[in-house]
Design a protein around this ligand. Sequence first.
Ligand SMILES: *[C@@H]1O[C@H](CO)[C@@H](O)[C@H](O)[C@H]1NC(C)=O
Ligand SMILES: *[C@@H]1O[C@H](CO)[C@@H](O)[C@H](O)[C@H]1NC(C)=O
Ligand SMILES: *[C@@H]1O[C@H](CO)[C@@H](O)[C@H](O)[C@H]1NC(C)=O
Ligand SMILES: *[C@@H]1O[C@H](CO)[C@@H](O)[C@H](O)[C@H]1NC(C)=O
Ligand SMILES: [Zn+2]
Ligand SMILES: [Zn+2]
Length: 458
Amino acid sequence: MACLWKIFLLNIFIVCGRSKALSGNFWHITDLHWDPSYGVGNENSASICESSGERPTPNAGKFGDYLCDSSWTLINSSMHAMKHILPDPDFIVWTGDDTPHVPDERLGEDSVLRIIGNLTHIIKSLFPHTKVYSALGNHDYHPKSQMPPEQNNIYEQTANLWQDWLNPASRETFKKGGYYTEQLLNQTGLRVVVLNTNLYYDQNKLTENIKDPADQFGWADQILRDAAKNNEKVYLIGHVPPGFFEKKRDKPWFREEFNKRYIDLIQRHHAVILGQFFGHHHTDSFRMFYSSNGSPISAMFLTPGVTPWKTTLPGVLDGANNPGIRVFEYDTKTLLVKDMVTYYLNLTYTNIAHPRWEKEYRLTEEFLVPDASPASMHQVIERISGDKCYLQKYYQFNSVNYDLTDCNSDCRIDHVCSIREVDFKGYEHCVLKEGVAATGPIPLTLLLSLVTGLLYIA
Ligand SMILES: *[C@@H]1O[C@H](CO)[C@@H](O)[C@H](O)[C@H]1NC(C)=O
Ligand SMILES: *[C@@H]1O[C@H](CO)[C@@H](O)[C@H](O)[C@H]1NC(C)=O
Ligand SMILES: *[C@@H]1O[C@H](CO)[C@@H](O)[C@H](O)[C@H]1NC(C)=O
Ligand SMILES: *[C@@H]1O[C@H](CO)[C@@H](O)[C@H](O)[C@H]1NC(C)=O
Ligand SMILES: [Zn+2]
Ligand SMILES: [Zn+2]
C-alpha cells in the first residue's frame, strides 16, 4: 500500500517534468542464444532441446521452455516484436551470445559462425536501414569463451557478416581484437566504443598471463583521451561486465587485475562516458561506478536476455527469466540516457495462449527518478537498498517477472552489493557491512519507511 501511494504522488511531478525535445531512442538486445535443436527430432525424448542438459521438459511449448535456450519461433517473435513496438530506432545495440549452452563438441566453428549468420540475417531483414552496434559474447567463439587476443578466423568471418554495420577502420580493429570505435551515426561529437571484454573473462585461458590482451585497454584509453580533447560524448558497449553476478554471492566474471583496470578506465574517463550497455547476465540489473570521494560517475545497464534458459551455475536457485528486450531513450545531442522501457514475453502465457509482448516497466515511472543519469541511478540503488517495496519491485524485474518470490535479507545483500560495488575489495566490504546491519537491531531506514508507510495509509 505504502508503495502505491508514493508512486502516485511523485509520478505527477515526473510526468509533467519530462521533456521530449532532442529525444532519440534505440533498441538494446542481448543473449539471444538460439538453440537450433529445439523441437527438431526431440518430440519423443524427455527433453525438447539439447541446451536443457537432459533436464526433462514435459510442458515445453512452441515458443520455448524455461530450461532451454531460444527456439527459432521465439527468436522470430522477439525480432518481430521489436519491429512492431519501435520499427525505426536510431540504431540497435546487440551485445552477443548467439549460440546454445551445449558442450563444445556439439557445436564447432562452422556451427558458431552459421548461428551468428542466421541471427545477423534476421536482424538485417527486419531492420535493413538501421545501424547495428554489435559486440561479441563469450558464446560467439569455438571453443566457447576462448577468445584469442589476436587475429583469427572467427573475428574475420564475423567482420564479414557484419560488414554493412562496420566502417572500414572498424573492420580492421575488429579482425585483430574483436573491438572497434566509430562516431555514433557519423555525427561529430558523438562516439561509440564496442569492447571485447571476453578477453577479461576468467574462463578465457588464452589471456590469463597477458597484461593488456589485444592492447585493448591501451587502445580504449587513447580513444577516450582523444574523445575528451575533441569534446565527444561516448557510449561503451560490451558483453561480459565487470563486477559481480547478483544472483550468486562472490561470483565475479573478470580476472581481478582486469577488473581493476576496467574501473580505472571508467574513473579516468567518466566525464566523456554517458552510458555503458552490457549483457551476459540474462537478468535486468545495473552497476554503479563512483569517484574516489564517493560521487556517482557512471552507470552500466545490464539488459535481460531473450533466452529464458535456467542457468546451471551451482548455487543459483531458480535462475530462469522471461524473454526481454529494451528501448533506451536518450538525448541526441548530449547522449544523456533519459529513460529505458523493457518489454517482455510471459513464456508460460504465450505457450498456452498466444505470443503477447507487453511493456514490463519504464524506469522513471517505477523508480521515481527524472532520468537514467549516474546521479539518478544512484538514487535508484538507494531506494532499492533502503525500502523493501523498491527492493521487491527491482527483484521481480531482475528475472523479467519470472521469479515472484520474496527477496530475503541474503538476497538483498547479493543484489545491493553487486550493484554498488564493482570492485572486488569494495564488494567484500559491502557484504560484511550489510550482513552486520541485517542481523543487528532494526536499521534506521527500515524504521523510517515503516513510519512513512503509516503516514501514507493514514
Ligand atoms: C515470424 O513472426 C511473424 C510475426 O509474428 C509471423 O507472421 C511469422 O509467421 C513468423 N515466422 C516464423 C518462421 O516463425
Ligand atoms: C541459417 O543459415 C543457413 C545458411 O548459412 C541456412 O541454410 C538456414 O536455412 C538458416 N536457418 C534459418 C532458421 O534461418
Ligand atoms: C558513415 O559514413 C561511412 C563512410 O562515409 C558510410 O559508409 C556509412 O554508411 C555511414 N554510416 C551511417 C550510419 O550513416
Ligand atoms: C504469466 O502467465 C501465467 C499464465 O497465464 C500467469 O499465471 C502468470 O501470473 C503470468 N505472470 C505474470 C508476471 O503476469
Ligand atoms: Zn548469455
Ligand atoms: Zn555471456
